[in-house]
Ligand binder design. Sequence first.
Ligand SMILES: Cc1cc2nc3c(=O)[nH]c(=O)nc-3n(C[C@H](O)[C@H](O)[C@H](O)COP(=O)(O)O)c2cc1C
Length: 156
Amino acid sequence: MNIGIIVYSLTNHTLTAATRLKEKLSADEHEVTLERAETVGPAKPQFENAELKTKPPVDGYDALVFACPVRGGTIPSPMKRYLEQIPSLQDKKVACLVTHFFRREWGANQVLAAMQALCESKGATVRGTGDVRWFSLHRKQQIAQVVENVSQLYGS
Ligand SMILES: Cc1cc2nc3c(=O)[nH]c(=O)nc-3n(C[C@H](O)[C@H](O)[C@H](O)COP(=O)(O)O)c2cc1C
């Protein structure tokens, strides 16, 4: 399967988890591309309303994973704007992944639901979602679990 992983990440937590996922999906013999959605200017929370510098195209992928942090209980503005401008996700198998600080109920669940709704509004079938609570003592296990769960969605 041709899989695109599109990541928005400021301090590289989400990028790290997405990179692990790329390694696993590649080992499962999928063709995997990881691309970043980024804004112009400094990569800092106070500049997140800046214009998108990169808008990775989604054409050509059978499946997509969208990954970002939780930001004030919502989708970070760049990822939201990126998802909103995608023309169509019709027939794409999508998974959504977030990293976060607080318990799931304090933002991660809401962000995953919002990402899912945005992707479905573009015609995607959302196969699954996952989260990593970054400063948990069990972070390594959580990343491994998310990677395993997403890789199972796409088979090998
Ligand atoms: C401005 C700001 C707001 C945040 N808001 C939340 C939040 O509402 N809920 C939460 O669980 N974590 C929150 N976090 C923590 C980040 O989601 C977490 O550190 C994440 O792993 C960062 O990912 P990144 O390095 O890929 O950007 C916030 C972090 C920042 C800087």
